[in-house]
Ligand binder design. Structure first.
Ligand SMILES: C[S@@+](CC[C@H](N)C(=O)[O-])C[C@H]1O[C@@H](n2cnc3c(N)ncnc32)[C@H](O)[C@@H]1O
Length: 495
């Protein structure tokens, strides 16, 4: 474990599958982190950073102080013996826990003033449960574990995973006896004052171990043993300290979350749309520069624009959507995030954007898929027309970043392969003779594409599009229940 005067503390973040590499880059850029080790849904690192910097990470779901990362052991096949072995191995020495709790406390001290200030200003989010709107309730459910957003560790990979976080209470304890702050729990030397520590264990077993023991059983066993060893008291509802344990075939990881809420829950977003970490990743990949004009032509609640505008505040953002209700919520989000100076919203169709040709430096779009945003017409038919319009408004040298379903991702790759040579003069007319007339802004409720000779026209459109788009990366990402791909392209001038 890192100590004072060294590179800092050891941490780990959880990340959506596929975002580990981007998180790695973010850790290096923002925290100058060392010993960065991405591993299957987690990224381990060492950093000497203050809490504000740690909390500025946008690609991470949750952030933990690393208590220990242990190699797996051969566990006795007898269940009772096996549990005992695991319990002993995972908990280890009391001194380790006292050290880590002291580190955790010093981070909490740094956080104290900041939390006090933000609690006072966050009244819009922290409403009592009975006053919450359906939307907010839905979101809190997601954040509290019904979605992989708060998944403690890598997504389940096999039939023997236990999917949920299990929080076990080992003894009953009246909430009225809860300590009011971490200070109460620590003695004068800043060490864990054992007897008054209120804690809970969240345990997840996956892989072989999960065949033998459930997460609940192991969580309870570790909780009981930790309580005995450290003199800590179990508190399920409102613990001061949370201990997370993940036992898998590759390693046993124990951590303490540094902030209660997942980092992925942004305090500046009122109504959540696309997973915030994925939205941020798309913006990161778009190479947004000072003064860039950035468009999301199917912006929904505006998550991508919000994430981008918070991180790259010197660019200008435009959101387009054809659905009034989506735009209303996007507008409320923009106001809530205090980004009205940098984000404009308008109602239009992605196939008829009221924007000048080559007027945008960046186009970023989460192309609808899945049940919620199913477009009635076949995406295969519509996509070329969506792409054509996006590419029309994109400047030469500009970046296009798309979030696509797996199916559409494959289709786009096939179309890319079939593209004709860029010097084929027959394919460049559209891009060389751009129509610079702004398009009608009349509201459009759905995509209405009626090509005359569908096959021929589609094929021409695809050829035109992919002659001017150079692919610069495909990044597979997990959206929890679905898998998706981020495609990135650069628009080139066709000579
Ligand atoms: C997947 S959602 C975007 C979600 C968004 N990224 C967010 O975080 O909220 C797709 C959006 O495309 C919009 N949409 C569907 N057809 C459209 C069209 N023809 N023109 C513009 N927007 C359209 C839908 O109204 C929906 O808001």
């Amino acid at each position: 474990m890192a100590g004072g005067g060294d590179p800092g503390n050891q941490y780990f973040c959880t990340a959506s599958r596929g975002l580990e590499q981007l998180l790695r880059e973010e850790l290096s850029l923002k925290l100058s982190a060392s010993e960065v080790e991405p591993f299957s849904g987690k990224v381990f690192f060492t950093a000497d950073a203050d809490l504000k910097k740690l909390k500025s990470l946008k690609c991470a779901e949750r952030l933990f102080l690393l208590v220990k990362k242990l190699p797996p052991i051969q566990v006795a096949t007898h269940k009772g013996k096996g549990v005992h072995m695991l319990q002993k191995y995972v908990i280890g020495e009391s001194s380790e826990w006292l050290n880590i709790v002291a580190k955790w406390k010093s981070l909490q001290d740094l956080n104290k003033e900041e939390e006090r200030i933000s609690d006072n200003t966050r009244t819009g989010i922290k409403r009592p449960a009975q006053q919450e709107s359906g939307e907010t309730r839905k979101r809190s459910k997601l954040e509290l574990g019904e979605s992989p957003v708060t998944d403690f560790n890598e997504s389940p990979t096999g039939p023997h995973n236990t999917h949920s976080l299990i929080e076990e209470c080992y003894q009953s304890k009246s909430p009225t006896q809860m300590p009011s702050s971490p200070d109460e729990l620590l003695n004068s030397k800043g060490q864990g004052a054992a007897s008054s520590m209120h804690f809970r264990v969240s345990c997840r077993c996956s892989g072989k171990i999960a065949k033998m023991i459930t997460s609940q059983e192991l969580g309870r066993a570790i909780g009981v043993a930790l309580s005995r060893q450290m003199g800590w008291k179990a508190e399920l509802r409102n613990p001061v300290l949370e201990v997370y344990v993940h036992i898998s075939d590759v390693h046993y990881v124990v951590g303490i979350p540094i902030v209660r809420l997942p980092l992925a829950r942004r305090d500046y977003i009122k109504s959540a749309g696309l997973r915030s970490t994925v939205a941020w990743a798309m913006a990161y990949l778009a190479d947004i520069k000072a003064g860039s004009l950035v468009l999301d032509p199917m912006c929904g609640l505006g998550t991508i624009l919000l994430e981008a505008a918070k991180e790259w505040p010197t660019a200008y953002y435009h959101g387009v959507d054809n659905t009034a209700s989506q735009l209303q919520m996007a507008s409320a989000n923009v106001c809530f995030a205090k980004l009205t100076n940098s984000i404009d919203l308008m109602r239009a169709s992605v196939t008829e954007l009221p924007l000048l040709t080559e007027s945008m430096n960046v186009v970023i779009c989460d192309i609808p898929f899945g049940k919620k945003f199913k477009i009635s017409q076949d995406m295969k038919t519509i996509m070329p027309y969506i792409l054509k319009e996006m590419v029309r408004v994109l400047s030469i040298g500009g970046t296009l970043v798309l979030l696509l379903s797996q199916e559409l991702s494959l289709l786009m790759q096939q179309w890319q392969k079939l593209k004709s040579h860029p010097n084929d003069k027959g394919n460049i007319a559209v891009w060389q003779n751009p129509d610079t007339t702004p398009k009608d802004t009349d509201p459009v409720e759905h995509i209405d594409v009626q090509p005359i000779s569908v096959e021929k026209e589609q094929s021409d459109v695809k050829t035109q599009i992919f002659a001017s788009l150079v692919p610069t990366g495909i990044f597979q990402v997990s959206l929890g229940v679905t898998e998706a791909a981020i495609h990135r392209y650069k628009k080139i001038l066709i000579s």
